[in-house]
Design a protein around this ligand. Sequence first.
Ligand code: ADP
Ligand code: MG
Ligand code: MG
Length: 618
Amino acid sequence: MGLLDGGSPLSWAETKKNADLIRETGIKQFLSLYERFQGLTDDCLKWGDEIEFTVVHFDHDKKTAQVQLTDPALLERLQQAENADPGNSPTAWRPEYGSFMLEATPGKPFGGATGDFNEIEPNMKLRHKELNEMLAHNTRCMNITCFPRLGCPSFSNPSFTPKPDSSVSRSAFFPDEAINPHPRFSTLTRNIRTRRGSKIAIHVPIFKDVNTPSPFLEDMSQHDEETQAGQPDHIYMDAMGFGMGMSCLQVTFQACSLAEGRLLYDQLTAICPIVLALSASTPIYRGYLSDRDCRWAVIEQSVDDRTREERGLDPLENDKYRIPKSRYSPVSCYLASEKYNDQEIVQNQEVYDTLRTAGIDHLLATHIAHLFIRDPLTLFSEQIDQSTTTESNHFENIQSTNWQSMRFKPPPASSHAKIGWRVEFRPADLQLTPFENAALVMFVVILTRTVLSLNLNFYIPISKMEENMRRAQERNAVLDQKFYFRKNVYTADGQTAAMAADSATPSDDDYEEMSIDTIVNGKDGVFPGLLPLMDSYLRDIGMDVASRCTVSRSFELIRKRATGELKTVAKWMRDFVAAHPHYKQDSVINERVNYDLLMACDRISSGTEHCHELEGDP
Ligand code: ADP
Ligand code: MG
Ligand code: MG
């Protein structure tokens, strides 16, 4: 989840007092990074993924499953190899928001060699194995985006009673003990809630099955007033943990220059909704089947720290901006061409002016000034005083709590190893198996190579990309929804997409609504298809047989997901629940259904069972 500070966390009031200082120093730090690294070129392609694990405890007698709250010592043990020989361990482990979660990445990034595609799935399997081997009997790790009964009574082992009067989240469902004990995480939770001025309120439409009450409205009468704010026909959740307690799949790329990074950021921005729909794996929240297939909107709401004024509910008196979106949201502006930025971009004018005076171009200044409308959410007293040249923590403080669909990462101030400008692709839900996760990663990595090599142009108005993000989360979106996509993705010889966009007059004729099948697989006379474009790129570069085979298997998975021949994880879960004898067609995921679903997830996730509906032929 980004930067892990240490030390004594300040209260929200103290943090707020220092907010201007943090922003001012952060901008100086960014300028220093920019000055030092703007000219970096010839950085080679490097890429790496991040996946998160949920640790689950099974009681096979009672037939129940709970998230297992783990001890920080587990992470220390997992990190032993990395700490003993930095840079040479095959895996790297990091803490995550839930104390039942862990993040794992490859020990070092993969490179530009096509042979590296053969490493990714085995590396993911290894991460799986390393963690499973350290877990107690009846405890397993798995790559699920959301534990289905997260927030239900006794959802964790050990179990704790939520304390809505005194806990950092004030949640009626999610006890503090389920939050990672590192002070960063509880401080984030408390400060987001305090800044917002009320508890987090997450509403997800319920899936209406034949026996689901209509309207569906939970009895919250035993709870406090805020908790009674549930909406009819919606599942209600009231804590950051419901969002940040979920897992996802992210991929980071190093670009060969600042300009290439900006271009990739823009082209991948348009791809985010497509991959979100293909990756859908989150149909269940707090023990209920929802009408959504992806985590995105839940996590957006779970960290929405905007005040009532910022949300437009009260007139602006104490705050500076009306802000249309949560800090967790789709990106608001493109970085390499302005032509398709058709949405209002709320920005910090002071920051913008400072950056422009220092020589930063309009678009990059706009991007940073947009990130800097936010307050820092955590601050540790030991870290207030910072160098503006050798450190970048205050910049990172704001940057890493802008949880957008893409992230543009400057080289770190302190790194000795040469690290270039990077772009992080962040929309995807997590898949059950290493094969599926690796396939999505390869799809995105090879797409970046194809975009750069063929100078493909995916620009559509940013408002249409946002609409696509919304559609991508609908139940069965991958087959049932259409998505705005650019019709002509080719550019003239020697032109990049940004150059093409800059010299064009955007029009509604640039794009049309297409099915994911058309976008991914192509359709004669309509669209060439991302996979066929990628195939032609791969033919051009030539590839050894083993890598070609690995990539073909991955492409086959993506192709069949797009046609519906293979199910998304969300669809598979829905079908599993619907067919379960203990499911009463009332949208409720009871203990027994939860247990059997997670047992199946574990078998599939760990490879002891091959799931044809998800993975295709073995
Ligand atoms: P985050 O800040 O998003 O938590 P991480 O540090 O966890 O990012 O790393 C994300 C991924 O980036 C990892 O898979 C890592 O291997 C990869 N990575 C590390 N260095 C580079 C680099 N120079 N270029 C591209 N990817 C890199
Ligand atoms: Mg990480
Ligand atoms: Mg990340």
